[in-house]
Design a protein. Structure first.
Length: 568
């Protein structure tokens, strides 16, 4: 392909009626002041979209504009340019046609970048125009650091050699020397986990390999497998960072540390456990730079949101949020606390661990080793004259009884409990040994929730339900199943081929009415269950997740997967 002509972007946008003279004058002034590219300025100023600029340039150059939203990358072609080269020249090899490589450029007016790419590829190329934001997202996806992680793991394996390493030598490999392979490996793992939006990192020694997995949008994905001999070095380094006992390998240990990743402070909760092939380590990542969600951003149906807000603003009583580990219970409670947090209210939280830090709130970290237990802290907290108390989890009879007693005596108590749904929650409190009258008089509302994966908007497409999916939907939608439209993600570079990007919540609520209070005070569990179902009138987790399916926010398959968590 011939070298593209030099184009003055401002003049081009004026000629095509995409920019006014006043807007161009403003953008040129901003460019002179900041040194940024003109195209970026007009996009950020909302004068012109990236797509419009790309199509205008493609038309002028008689080139093709490619929407990377619909593009499925070929790894072997894209990697003809290294990640550094792709980012520097804002270019990526898309495909091959008629013996020429088609290369997408975010800025086809950059002739130096074009010349360098031609020199690096040593092939005839055809220039196509792409949007910069989508090109960078594609680079992030394709040039993941899995290979780098594997390379660092091999480097660490070579350092350890084939001879068993003594504890003292192993300690020498992990202490100091920030450029040591084990340090670089862990840093790279953390950076890739943050880029991938992972919530957890699992380092698991197997018989023949060491497996590293990330939990992304609630689902575990294998990142790399390495030589199992490096497991002890990784476990030792993580224990040193957490201040744990490095000589103890026979017992589970829990710790935490903070690390700076991609200019963000991340709190890491570490859990180690001895397994047959070595110590397994799991790390929960909490990005402190991520702002807390408000209740209105939880995707809760308006009617349920109004009832939850009304309940938590009462002067006393207990509100419980229930669901399995990783279902967003703590996020919901903190969203409520952020609305209740005023100078007129004294709020105390008792947690293990403290996951989010809120100014103006008294947060206490439970520490079992020094006998700073939930029970002890909760008793002390109630002597501090609080208005609102958040208990991280009702994990035993004593904690549950103290919490319910506090709710009866003029405090608003917020907490979590591990049950499948709202109806089983009061019954669970009774099973824990809390007296019936205390459950009946303290409990105001129970919220059950789950997190479901959201369809990736970059690759969403219509989906015709399979027979088994249609039958599942029929339970909620009846004969209207075939009148609805459904979506799924095909899988693209932006979602890592999964078809999903992010998660959202599904909910159900049970308020303790007079009828339910009378039923729980009685001894007939079935009577309480039937009364609760009548009151909920079908507003269940199943109905809420079906609502998202009908809206196209999630897939039928994901709804069915989540439903298995709360249905027999």
């Amino acid at each position: 392909m011939a070298r593209p002509e030099k184009i003055r972007l401002g003049d081009l946008l004026i000629r095509q009626g995409l920019l006014t003279g006043e807007q161009l004058e403003f953008a040129l002034g901003e460019q002179k002041r900041s040194g940024r590219k003109l195209g970026r300025i007009v996009v950020e100023s909302a004068f012109v979209t990236e797509e419009a600029i790309g199509k205008a340039l493609a038309h002028q150059l008689q080139a093709e504009y490619v929407d990377l939203k619909l593009f499925r990358p070929r790894q072997e072609l894209i990697r003809l340019l290294t990640e550094a080269q792709a980012r520097r020249f804002r270019a990526v090899v898309l495909d091959e046609r008629d013996g020429r490589l088609r290369v997408g450029f975010a800025d086809p007016t950059d002739l130096t970048a074009f010349d360098e790419v031609v020199r690096l590829l040593r092939r005839d190329i055809e220039l196509v125009v792409v949007a910069e934001s989508r090109l960078l997202a594609l680079i992030d996806s394709v040039y993941s650091r899995t290979e780098e992680i594997s390379g660092l793991a091999r480097e660490l394996t070579e350092d350890l050699g084939n001879v068993p390493v003594e504890f003292g030598e192993l300690l020498g490999l992990t202490v100091g020397a920030e450029d040591a392979p084990v340090v670089k490996l862990l840093q790279t793992v953390f950076e890739e986990a943050m880029r991938s939006r992972a919530s957890d990192i699992h380092i698991e020694p197997q018989d023949q390999s060491l497996r590293v997995r990330f939990r992304i949008d609630g689902v575990l994905q294998v990142q790399t497998e390495a030589d199992p001999k490096i497991a002890s070095a990784l476990a030792l380094r993580l224990k040193l960072m957490s201040g744990l006992d490095i000589s103890e390998k026979r017992l589970p240990q829990d710790g935490r540390f903070a690390i700076k990743v991609r200019n963000a402070m991340v709190d890491v909760r570490l859990s180690t456990m001895p397994t047959q092939h070595g110590e397994s380590a799991v790390m929960r990542l909490l990005n402190q730079n991520t702002g807390l969600l408000g209740l209105d951003r939880l995707n809760m149906p308006p009617r349920l949101l109004e009832r939850l807000r009304h309940a938590v603003r009462r002067p006393s009583g207990m509100v419980l949020v229930t669901g399995p580990t990783g279902s967003g219970k703590t996020t919901t409670l903190y969203a409520a606390l952020s609305e209740l947090n005023t100078t007129e209210k004294k709020i105390i939280t008792v947690e293990d661990p403290v996951e989010y830090r809120l100014p103006g709130i008294n947060q206490v970290q439970v520490h079992e080793k020094i006998d700073l237990t939930f029970e002890r802290v909760l008793r002390a907290a109630l002597r501090q004259d609080p208005d609102i108390v958040l208990v991280g989890e009702m994990r035993d009879r004593v904690t549950a009884e103290i919490g319910t007693r506090a709710a009866i005596t003029g405090h608003m108590v917020l907490s979590t409990l591990h049950t499948n749904d709202v109806i089983s929650t009061p019954i669970r409190l009774l099973d824990m040994g809390v007296p019936r009258f205390m459950v009946a008089t303290s409990l105001q509302l129970v919220l059950a929730q789950r997190l479901v994966r959201v369809v990736c908007e970059d690759c969403a497409e219509p989906h015709a339900p399979e027979p088994h999916e249609r039958e599942w939907l029929r339970l909620e939608l009846g004969d209207t199943v075939d009148q609805r439209r459904y979506r799924r993600g095909r899988g693209c570079a932006h979602c890592g081929g999964t078809g999903y990007q992010g998660r959202t919540g599904v909910f159900e609520i049970l308020e303790m009415s007079e009828e339910l209070v009378e039923a729980i005070n009685g001894s007939d569990v079935n009577a309480f269950t039937l009364a609760a179902r009548r009151q909920m009138a079908g507003e269940t987790l199943r109905r809420d997740v079906t609502r998202l399916v009908v809206k196209g926010r999630t897939t039928i398959d994901e709804a069915m997967r989540i439903s298995n968590q709360f249905e027999d």
